[in-house]
Design a protein around this ligand. Structure first.
Ligand SMILES: Nc1ncnc2c1ncn2[C@@H]1O[C@H](COP(=O)(O)OP(=O)(O)OP(=O)(O)O)[C@@H](O)[C@H]1O
Ligand SMILES: [Mg+2]
Length: 243
């Protein structure tokens, strides 16, 4: 049993017809990185939003031993679950600093300040621009701000939805290097959604492969160390032959 998060029989249905997420279960240990890999529409974002309490779902979401499935998103943030949505969703006409303050709205001012200093230390690119409107940041800087805003909340679990989306390879590397640094220095656990397996492998401990709202395969990062094993997993779980 995983010691931080365990989801059981998680199902998300947006309406009539088949479920977007169909009786999924997996666990996340403290300080570990679990990646969800799958094609467009496989259900990755739906799983994350359900864990964060942002959409209705059936099943169990057990966090630190307690089923929080009935709790609203706000209560889950207070417990330490933070979702960083795909497409960044920072507030463009607020400054960088104001965006960061929003991330820590549930924290006492002194602690929020400490967390913000930590985030700005981690992302010097945005530290130079704290009083600028967020829309004036580059795409990579906006992504750093979105992740940074999540970190101000002092999460135990951060759900990162395609942090590399729309970023140049150099910036992807930079963002992932920072994430690795955070991991080395804290007990933060990450659920990571990425389309790109190579990028995912730089950070994760284990991977779940998703298709049509179901988990169809599981591998540890160790098992996917060599190129052949990676290609085999892609062919088996995501490739055309597996459809
Ligand atoms: N708000 C919504 N209303 C209705 N259907 C939705 C909604 N959001 C997602 N879906 C459907 O649920 C399924 C899973 O979507 P989801 O966004 O979880 O996939 P995803 O794996 O994150 O895909 P992507 O890689 O494109 O982001 C898809 O079939 C999608 O069309
Ligand atoms: Mg998605």
């Amino acid at each position: 049993m995983s010691d931080l998060l365990a989801i059981n029989n998680l199902t998300v249905s947006y309406g009539a017809g088949s479920s977007a997420v169909d009786r999924i279960g997996f666990g996340v240990d403290r300080g570990s990185v679990v990646a969800l890999l799958g094609a467009n529409g496989a259900g990755k974002s739906s799983i994350m939003k359900a864990v964060a309490g942002l959409i209705p779902a059936q099943g169990e979401v057990v966090f630190e031993g307690e089923n929080i499935a009935a709790q609203p998103a706000r209560a889950r943030v207070a417990r330490g679950i933070v979702y960083v949505p795909e497409g960044r969703e920072i507030v463009g006409n607020l400054t960088v600093r104001e965006n960061l303050v929003m991330g820590g709205y549930q924290k006492p001012a002194a602690e929020r300040k400490r967390r913000m200093d930590m985030v700005l230390d981690l992302f010097p690119e945005i530290a130079e621009k704290v009083d600028r409107s967020a829309w004036r940041l580059s795409g990579g800087e906006q992504q750093m701000l979105a992740i940074g805003r999540g970190l101000v909340a002092d999460p135990k679990l951060i759900l990162l939805d395609e942090p590399s989306l729309g970023l140049a390879p150099l910036l992807v590397r930079r963002v992932f290097d920072r994430l690795r640094k955070i991991r080395e220095e804290s007990e933060l656990a990450i659920v990571l959604v990425e389309q790109n397996l190579a990028v995912t492998m730089r950070l994760c401990d284990e991977l779940h492969f998703l298709r049509g709202g179901r988990i169809v395969g599981h591998r540890t990062a160790e098992e996917l160390k060599d190129e052949t094993a990676r290609q085999e997993a892609i062919d088996a779980f995501l490739g055309a032959a597996a459809a």
